[in-house]
Write a protein that binds this ligand. Sequence first.
Ligand code: 13P
Length: 293
Amino acid sequence: MLVNATRMLKKARAEHYAVGHFNINNLEWTKAILLTAEELKSPVILGVSEGAAKYMGGFKVVAAMVKALDESLGITVPVALHLDHGSYAGAKACVEAGFTSIMFDGSSLPFEENLAKTKELVDYAHDKGLSIEAEVGAIGGTEDGITADGEVADPAECKKIADLGVDFLAAGIGNIHGIYPADWTGLHLDALEKIGEATGGIPLVLHGGTGIPDDQIKAAIKGGVSKINVNTDCQLAFAAATKEYCLAGKADPTAENTSKGYDPRKLLKPGFLAIQAKVKEKMELFGSVGKAA
Ligand code: 13P
């Protein structure tokens, strides 16, 4: 059932668990996540970066695919289709394309500009029934081999953005996308507490969900995190399973056992199963299993 993410995240915040946001890249990825959510009776958020949307053919293709899969697979749990780290133009395009939720990431803009653009997009999204996530304090990450530290958001700025009426807020607390460097000092849980106090109960979002120790994930949920984004972990699981399959010689189109021809469905199956296992592991850790109602 495609819905916006407001109700599922308010419920998660009130009941002290987090809903997993899993990024999708193709049909197999999407199907694996939807079927796992249904099996575990967990709400779920499908995250789509602008790059992944472009790869799949555009926002409209993604919205049509997700909607059709959701219906055809008979998914009954709440599913939100959410733009991840959207630009201003991308966020507007997703509202028109049939997404149910958007993120506007204005964290790299001067604060006043982030504030103004977020405000405009809150009205734009709410007019059409979508939920909206905003970001304060850029999430670090590795680009071109250089790892930037994650920023720690200013609670007063978080309050100003939350007061615009955004439905959930990504506030940097030292988290970064991708693999954490060996000298990473962990999440700033003290900052999370201050941000939680300043923003009065709005569900908070933790990006960079790959590689954060389980005890810190649980402490973050206690501190008001109700949505946790995971991408790299699923990519690694998919790649490792595919590699193992290929190294075993099973993807060799000249091999004797491929008398029926080379079958891409078989090549993608191990990765599909690996994503299902990873999503299950995360939903259990986040505490969202059985929370679909
Ligand atoms: P990871 O790639 O570190 O799991 O982070 C995903 C994310 O935050 C997407 O917005």
